[in-house]
Write a new protein. Sequence first.
Length: 110
Amino acid sequence: MGKKKKLTGMLMVSLLMISGLSTVASAEELYIPTFRNVVTGVTDTTNEISTTTSWKYIDGYWYYLKPSGEKVTGWINDNGNWYFCDSLGRMLHDTVINNFKLGNNGAWIY
């Protein structure tokens, strides 16, 4: 093999190596979280997450929801008033739970 061919081959390999090393690749991942309300089944893509628990009226029932959208069950103390939500998370009213009477607004009547 001639010196010129050998030198040309080495030059080509060097150029390939240099061009391969100098190639810059960039990728950016865009993450947009979505949140699903477990009570309503609605998916929220506004990225607005509630940071407080709150009462929501859905399909004729009041529910007390955690910031995650999860329904609270059992006894709830809200601003000094006690309420009771059944196993489905529905606030009960006008009934007696374990000898505790609930009024028409759902609050325990002392």
